[in-house]
Design a protein. Structure first.
Lengths: 311, 380
């Protein structure tokens, strides 16, 4: 923390040595510790990322001919080619409900698991376990369990609840299930930790002041939890928005789950059009940034300080 | 502010108990609180005083007993329906609400008209002298100011009972004294029935109308400050009431309430605070102020003196606090009107009436019969 100089008082000039004055501003030998991280950031992120952005402005001859906007042909193509542009909506249609569900379902869970009770560890483990499953394993499990010939459908038909198998995979629903399975544990862990940062005596105080649980949640817990909800939403949204394997494995890759990353992969792998693939990838990032910006805007209107309540 | 609208005659705790997984935190608490009374629950940490407070507030369910306000049973009501105000040790202010809104919260929950809320909040803020800070967030206030907000927030709804859980323990010594007076002043001007939990005997003695001393979840004594101060029921209460010198000795003679106690090398005359017999091991309690170094201005009480070696001398303004080593190597805390040399041998004396002799075993009121306990209860 830097102490601001009081207005109207002349700043006294430091008489310390240059090294001390630099150290005061955080410039000292410990900066060398950043070197490995900087090297990897440069080699593995900044250079390839800039290169990819550069590629987007070097459209293939086919794209230039089709859209005829010179260096911007790829971007014009992205917005004008409805086959490509529709994937924005298709991805959003998956990611938004999934992110919302993960956050909203985590809140009551985290609440319930805040108190100590028998079997709490087991339940937490079960909730968090899916993190360890890869997307492919989840997809395979879903196919075996919920497919047309899966256990679930066979069981339901046998007991006579349904007579036609339910279409739970290889469509929109399949991807939603897969994203919830992999995204919920993250959301739950994050919200649990945010919730445990709220001093329980604050809620007890609201209780003694006559607030019932709805009022306590709305007036006290929710405003304090809001920044955590925003962060959690952003993380689980980004995870869901960049979905690729499950959209392919348990989704309808050419229909209802033709997400942006699939489109990028198609341009790259099937059409050998690196510049267009990069353009779709960059636009994926742009759409995510827009959503993140909106969420952060909402968050900035909420209380942001400590939630411990101690003086 | 007016007197509470929902006044009651008495609040009765009947055999209230709470155990956590087989561990008794509070056992058989019987207490009757009258309208307007200021009661302090006093005891060392872990004695069950906060448990008692939380049980009363409804934040912890009881495992035994009942609580009545007049004829209404309240221990089955949820905390939000009890109409009590509570001040927490860590203040528990809503960090996202301004001082005003923190104070208005309880009134809003009670669906009071906006105009009246505004007036009552302004009154409460004036009461705790926080007018300049009304629109600040709790994080921008000092500890003492936060404490005042917490108190204003608890009393603004004019609750049937105000519960305070060690409200001053996070403040520095000077502020603690100021706030102590402030709370007492508030209590006198508002007349709100108050239950105050503390481990600080000075705080309890100076503020409360009656004290309840707890130890290991059991009531040791209930009485007025003067009663507890002058007639502690057992050595534990004495220890808490500032009898810093607790010495284990043997009874050599008993004559009514006058008891002679001693150890090889010295004898002392005292007063029996509990029935004792000759030959019994007893614990003798003397306040430092009552055990003084003999000097020309302070003559020895007839035949009641002990010699000791001075080990520590502290200057306390009007007098000196002296640490001495007694004849059998025991450390004693005494007072002197002059500063004796360290290592010198001094003569100590005490008024036999101020030397209290207790049974070494703790037999508190919790082991007394019901009738005796009720007698203790009504004796105010």
């Amino acid at each position: 923390m830097s102490a601001p100089t009081a207005p109207g008082r002349a700043r006294t000039r430091s008489t310390a040595s240059l090294r001390h004055r630099l150290a005061e501003r955080g410039v000292d030998k410990s900066l060398w510790m950043l070197v490995p991280a900087l090297f990897f950031a440069l080699a593995l992120f900044i250079y390839p990322f800039s290169y990819g952005i550069g590629l987007t402005f070097q459209p293939s001859p086919a794209m230039q001919e089709k859209w005829g906007a010179g260096a911007f042909s790829n971007y014009v193509g992205f917005f004008k080619d409805s086959f490509v542009f529709d994937s924005v909506w298709l991805t959003m249609r998956l990611a938004l409900p999934v992110a919302l569900f993960n956050v909203l379902a985590s809140v009551p869970m985290a609440f319930k698991l805040r108190r100590r009770f028998r079997g709490k560890k087991l339940l937490t483990t079960l909730l968090v376990l899916p993190i360890t499953l890869g997307t492919v394993l989840t997809a395979q499990g879903l196919l075996i369990f919920a497919g047309r010939q899966g256990w679930l459908n066979r069981f339901l038909i046998q007991i006579g609840v349904i007579d036609q198998p339910l279409a739970l995979v290889n469509n929109y629903l399949g991807v939603v299930f897969s994203l919830v399975i992999s995204g919920f544990p993250f959301a739950f862990l994050l919200i649990s930790s945010y919730l445990s940062g709220i001093d329980p005596s604050i809620e007890a105080a609201a209780k003694t002041m006559g607030a019932n649980w709805v009022q306590r949640f709305r007036r006290v817990i929710l405003p304090l939890l809001a920044p955590g909800l925003a962060t959690t939403f952003i993380l689980t949204f980004v995870l869901a928005f960049s979905v690729f394997p499950s959209a392919r494995l348990v989704g309808d890759a050419m229909g209802s789950t033709r997400v942006m990353s699939l489109m990028a992969f198609r341009a790259f792998g099937e059409q050998n059009d690196y510049p267009m693939a990069s353009t779709i990838a960059v636009m994926t990032g742009v759409v995510e940034l827009v959503v993140i910006a909106l969420v952060l805007l909402w968050r900035s209107s909420m209380y942001k300080g400590s939630t411990g309540g101690k003086g | 502010m007016s007197t509470p609208t929902r006044a009651f005659q008495s609040l009765r705790l009947k055999n209230v108990g709470r155990s956590f997984g087989g561990q008794d935190a509070l056992v058989g608490l019987d207490l009757t609180i009258r309208q307007g009374e200021f009661i302090a629950l006093l005891g060392p940490s872990g004695c069950g005083k906060s448990t008692a407070l939380n049980c009363l507030a409804g934040l912890l369910p009881l495992t035994h007993g009942e609580i009545f306000i007049d004829d209404q049973r309240v221990d089955l009501l949820p905390a939000e329906k009890r109409d009590f105000g509570m001040v927490f040790q860590n203040y528990a202010l809503f960090p996202h609400l301004t001082v005003e809104k923190n104070i208005a919260f309880g009134l809003e929950m009670r669906k009071i008209p906006k105009v009246e809320i505004k007036r009552r909040v302004a009154d409460a803020i004036a009461l705790v002298k926080l007018e300049q800070h009304a629109t600040k967030l709790p994080g921008q206030l000092s500890g003492g100011q936060q404490q005042r907000v917490a108190i204003a927030r608890a009393v603004v709804v004019e609750p049937r009972l105000v519960l305070m859980d060690e409200p001053l323990s996070n403040l520095d010594a000077k502020l603690r004294l100021e706030m102590r007076t402030e709370i007492r002043r508030l209590h006198q001007s508002l007349g709100l029935t108050t239950l105050y939990v503390t481990h600080d005997q000075e705080e309890a003695l100076s503020m409360a109308d009656r004290l309840v001393v707890l130890r290991e979840g059991r009531v040791q004594q209930i009485g007025t400050p003067a009663e507890l101060h002058n007639h502690p029921a057992n050595w534990h209460v004495a220890d808490f009431m500032g009898y810093r010198n607790l010495v284990d000795l043997k009874v050599t003679a008993v004559n009514g309430s006058a008891v002679t106690v001693g150890a090889p090398g010295f004898t002392l005359r005292g007063t029996a605070a509990q029935p004792v017999t000759v030959g019994e091991n007893v614990r003798v309690a003397i306040r430092p102020e009552d055990l003084v170094v003999v000097s020309p201005a302070v003559p020895a009480h007839a035949g009641n003196s002990v010699t000791a070696t001075v080990s520590v001398v502290e200057y306390h303004g009007r007098e000196f606090a002296v640490g001495v080593t007694g004849p059998d190597g025991r450390n004693l805390h005494v007072r002197a009107d002059h500063a004796p040399d360290i290592g010198s041998v001094v003569e100590l004396t005490a008024d036999p009436a101020r030397v209290l002799v207790f049974a070494a075993d703790l037999l508190g009121p919790s082991t007394l019969s019901v009738e005796e306990r009720e007698l203790l209860e009504v004796r105010t």
